[in-house]
Design a binder for this molecule. Structure first.
Ligand code: C2E
Ligand code: MG
Ligand code: MG
Ligand code: MG
Length: 280
């Protein structure tokens, strides 16, 4: 009996694995097609200067509208792109598209507008990533000083000399370096001093609790103090309520981003938002 049960189980297991492998293969094929057939798009979420309410810039966020499955979140298709070797093509497309849009928004505009673009760890590990980025900037006419590259703390686990070389090369061109989801990963204060980090984006898990939880508030407050003394600018991510906004303003957080202000929106809508004439 036991003998019969064994192979049977294996068969079931195999079928399950096979189904998963097939599903993945299909998604991979679909993602390749998505790139070729322009199914990918970018949305832009405004980043607000908290003391004035003015829009200081935005973060580009990738979107995939799958013809059968509807919207697939970037938390799903970015890792897939990394696994199947499409991340460099997609990453290049994201940067070029975002910079092209930025040029349109700022054409003839007096005030500056910053643009944040996410880079995964694998994207930063690509050979010659600095040159690739600079190529896209010159191709699109994007001012490096207006670009911020968002990376996560996972980069601190990599070869520090190499990471320092890449980030310094980018920063020497004027590009800002933001640590995304700050506080959720492996943080070491010494890296903030040793690497050219220009921005910290405090993760929304701390912001969500900031007006109700003493510990979250202490973490936010001490991050703000530390950043200020290191000359690093801070963005509070995921502000969802008026209470959170008010408290962050009291704590002197400089920038905020979140559903309380705006959700990610299409490029044309963002353009109207930042370029509409002031109604007096
Ligand atoms: P992220 O870079 O931390 O982006 C912020 C995420 O939080 C976005 O999710 C945004 O829609 C969401 N968000 C903003 N405000 C709020 C809020 O008030 N409440 C809540 N609950 N959420 C808020 P999204 O667009 O689904 O992106 C998820 C992640 O996917 C991003 O996290 C980023 O890590 C990655 N990602 C998105 N686009 C790209 C891309 O072009 N390249 C790479 N490498 N990664 C990307
Ligand atoms: Mg980000
Ligand atoms: Mg984030
Ligand atoms: Mg995130």
């Amino acid at each position: 009996r036991a003998r019969r049960k064994g192979p049977g189980n294996f068969e079931l297991f195999d079928k399950h694995m096979q189904k998963r492998a097939l599903k993945r293969l299909k998604m991979e094929t679909d993602l390749r097609r998505a790139v070729a057939e322009n199914q990918l798009a970018l949305h832009y979420q405004p980043i607000v200067k908290l003391n004035s309410g003015a829009i200081a810039g935005c973060e580009a966020l990738a979107r995939w509208r799958h013809p059968e499955r509807g919207n697939i979140p970037p938390t799903e298709f970015i890792p897939l792109a990394e696994e199947c070797g499409l991340i460099d093509i997609i990453g290049d497309w994201v940067l070029e598209e975002a910079c092209t849009q930025h040029q349109k928004w700022t054409d003839g505009r007096a005030e500056t507008l910053d643009l944040s673009v996410n880079f995964s760890l694998l994207q930063m590990q690509r050979d010659g990533v600095e040159d690739r980025i600079m190529d896209i900037l010159s191709k699109t006419g994007m001012d490096p000083k207006r670009l911020k590259i968002e990376i996560t703390e996972s980069i601190f686990m990599e070869d520090m000399d190499r990471v320092k070389g890449i980030l310094s090369a980018l920063n020497n061109e004027g590009i800002g370096i933001a640590i995304d989801d700050y506080g959720t990963g492996y943080s070491s204060l010494s890296y903030l001093k040793r690497l050219p980090i220009t921005h910290l984006k405090i993760d929304r898990s701390f912001i969500g609790d900031v007006s109700s939880d003493v510990a979250a508030q202490a973490i936010v407050q001490s991050t703000l103090l530390m950043a200020q003394s290191l000359g690093i600018e801070v963005v509070a991510e995921g502000i969802e309520t008026v209470d959170q906004e008010a408290l962050l303003r009291v704590l002197k957080a400089e920038y905020g981003q979140g559903y309380h202000f705006w959700r990610p929106i299409e490029g044309d809508v963002f353009s109207e938002l930042v370029n509409r004439p002031l109604v007096v």
